[in-house]
Design a protein around this ligand. Structure first.
Ligand code: AMP
Ligand code: ZN
Length: 111
């Protein structure tokens, strides 16, 4: 997808060190962390929002969540973390390539 910053990161056109990568997803540090640990899990396939969900995209998301669970310890999130997917303008989504925020490394504020 042209002009999508996360597609460019996935393609390596914008450098961003990967904490994890496989054929379906990457995990990177958020450039503006909102917690001591703030990762982004980015599916490699571009889609903007949950309302575009189909069987294949649902499989991709399922895969991402299973992989996140496997990576908890590696990412230093064994004591718990918050999972967020912002959707659209009211949800505060600024990058229109669906991604999963993982926040932790400290006791987070209630919201
Ligand atoms: P959202 O607001 O849910 O769309 O999340 C987008 C996130 O991407 C924000 O938390 C940004 O700080 C983060 N972000 C934007 N550009 C980059 C980048 N080049 N590398 C890592 N994170 C980024
Ligand atoms: Zn994209």
């Amino acid at each position: 997808m042209e002009n999508c910053i996360f597609c460019k990161i996935v393609a390596g056109e914008i450098p961003s060190p990967r904490l994890y990568e496989d054929e379906k997803m990457i995990v990177i540090n958020d450039i503006e962390p909102k917690a001591k640990k703030h990762y982004l899990c980015i599916p490699k396939a571009h889609f903007a929002r949950l309302n575009e969900m189909d069987g294949e995209k649902a499989e991709t998301l399922k895969y991402c969540f299973e992989k996140i669970a496997e990576l908890e310890e590696t990412l230093g999130l064994s004591n718990g973390y918050r999972v967020m997917i912002n959707q659209g303008e009211d949800g505060g989504q600024t990058v229109a390539h669906l991604h999963i925020h993982l926040l932790g490394g400290e006791k987070l504020q209630d919201f």
